[in-house]
Design a binder for this molecule. Sequence first.
Ligand SMILES: [Zn+2]
Length: 295
Amino acid sequence: MIMSSFETLTGLPDLIGFIFVFAFGAIVGSFLNVVIHRVPHELSIVFPNSACPKCQKPIQPYDNIPILSWLILGGKCRNCKEKISARYPAVELLNALLYLLVFWCVGFNPFLPVALIFVTTMVVLIFIDAEHMILPDVINYPLLVFALLVRLAFPLLGWEQYFTDLNFSPLVYLQDYPLWAVSLFGAVLGGLVGGGFLWLVGAVWKMLRGVDAMGLGDVKMMFAVGALLGWRLTFLSIFLGAFSGAVIGIFLIYTRKDKDLQTQIPFGIFLGIGSILALLFGESLIRWYIETFIP
Ligand SMILES: [Zn+2]
């Protein structure tokens, strides 16, 4: 039914929408490679153009087509034949597939760009955390500003139905206040739940074990995520993140024979995965859980 709305609104077949979203996702993914590579080194993401890391020859536009160029060139630089990491086309393909998934789940409506920007940001944080074990402020802070702006603007434009936390306690008791104010209050509450929960876990862990388990980056990331998703979906993000983290952690312990749990796992990866899942499937998951387990 979501697809028919694209057809109704644009007069174009659904397939065109899906092809466009996939291509757009791949192009954005290509830019994400630059962001993921340069932000941790505090380099400009605009200049200079991408170049081969070995021979320094700038990559020509015709060799910079997302996914396809890497396949055509057999994963090698055209000039010096240096191997180019498969991570580049993988990020492009992943982002393109995620855009398809978002389009399929969210549909063609005002929340679509918000969901796409959110998922894109999670992909960037996931890959930077995986490689450098950091979640940079230059990504966390703009995400928070973006979340607050969306939280403010959507009720003013009459699009408040995308924030389901407004219908539940405690926000539902604030009916005397203007909707934009309630929405902003919900953002702060979600931020405190997301950031506060992780801060608490880190503080308790430090008390018990005397080491920093959680970086401040995780706290800031989940404050920003919480501001957009609201407290309900934020709890779910952390739960899904911890669950996927535990599954993969156990897998790592068995495969790497790391019995002492010394492997440091960048938790931002799992928080990012949990947040994407909560954004796209959170409401359905909560509804399914209540219908199945609560009599
Ligand atoms: Zn080269």
